[in-house]
Design a protein around this ligand. Structure first.
Ligand SMILES: Nc1ncnc2c1ncn2[C@@H]1O[C@H](COP(=O)(O)OP(=O)(O)O)[C@@H](O)[C@H]1O
Ligand SMILES: [Mg+2]
Length: 257
């Protein structure tokens, strides 16, 4: 279980996370919604141990991310995909995926390469192993980013606005992949997901729970159907206001097997 307990994070005088508590249990797909600036990315960075906390505690399967030695072990349990793809431009797609499993997890190259090819095939990029990131579209690059995260065999997959730099068609490609991962998840298989997105309709379809961050406070944490119920999440004016500003849902693309 991933447990965020009363986390406070300040930048100077600005309290960006103000006593946030959140748990993600194995098998859950939890979506974080909230306006720009509400603290979503900061929360993800705190979970990754990239920001020192000003209060509270974060544990990943019992490992405290504020303790450097425990953090090193906690980092092996989760993988994060960010908005910008951060692929190495001078390395092939295959090498981008295999680098960390080989160097960090010390897994044998042939095993990691076989997994990378299987992952690429699963996101419709079977023929792109030897391409360079610059030869791919944004949507293809983000699909490689997802493969790179999955190649670490993470127990927890964190996704921070992975489609917000993409046009609608590419967004649809990437969401289709995440939908497949989530569906496998609800079947009891794959990776537990903590998902920051503005794709509300998509989140509604794939999430077990939705939480809403408002100015650094987590004001609602509900099972998905209750989040969208009139006497649940929609009873909150801030949430109604947020949802009313959202763009219409992106269509899902078919990804060839
Ligand atoms: N390194 C930083 N230094 C100062 N302020 C920051 C830093 N990172 C984020 N912030 C501020 O914290 C607030 C929350 O940011 P962020 O977590 O990126 O929000 P979100 O991802 O929900 O859009 C914003 O007001 C942002 O300007
Ligand atoms: Mg953000």
């Amino acid at each position: 279980m991933m447990a965020v307990e009363g986390v406070v994070k300040r930048f100077g005088a600005h309290t960006v996370l103000d006593g946030v508590s959140l748990t993600v249990a194995p098998g859950e797909v939890v979506t974080i919604l909230g306006s720009s600036g509400s603290g979503k990315s900061t929360l993800i960075r705190c979970i990754n141990g990239l920001e020192a906390l000003d209060g509270g505690r974060i544990t990943v399967d019992g490992l405290d991310v504020s303790d450097p030695r425990q953090l090193a072990r906690a980092r092996r349990l989760s993988a994060t995909v960010f908005q910008m793809f951060n692929l190495y431009p001078h390395m092939t797609v295959l090498r981008n995926i295999t680098l960390a499993p080989e160097l960090v997890l010390r897994r044998p190259r042939d095993e990691v390469e076989a997994q990378a090819h299987a992952l690429l095939a699963s996101v419709g990029l079977a023929g792109k192993a030897d391409s360079y990131p610059g030869q791919l579209s944004g949507g293809q690059r983000q699909r490689v980013g997802i493969c790179r995260a999955l190649a670490m065999n993470p127990r927890y997959l964190l996704l921070d606005e992975v489609t917000s730099a993409l046009d609608p068609e590419m967004t649809a490609e990437v969401l289709a992949i995440l939908g497949k991962l989530a569906a496998r998840q609800s079947g009891g298989g794959g990776t537990t997901m903590l998902f920051v997105t503005h794709e509300v309709e998509f989140a509604r379809r794939i999430s077990t729970r939705i939480v809403f961050l408002d100015q650094g406070r987590l004001i609602v944490d509900l099972p998905t159907d209750q989040f969208f119920a009139a006497d649940g999440g929609l009873a909150h004016p801030r949430i109604r206001q947020f949802l009313s500003k959202m763009a219409p849902a992106a269509p899902l693309a078919e990804i060839p097997a």
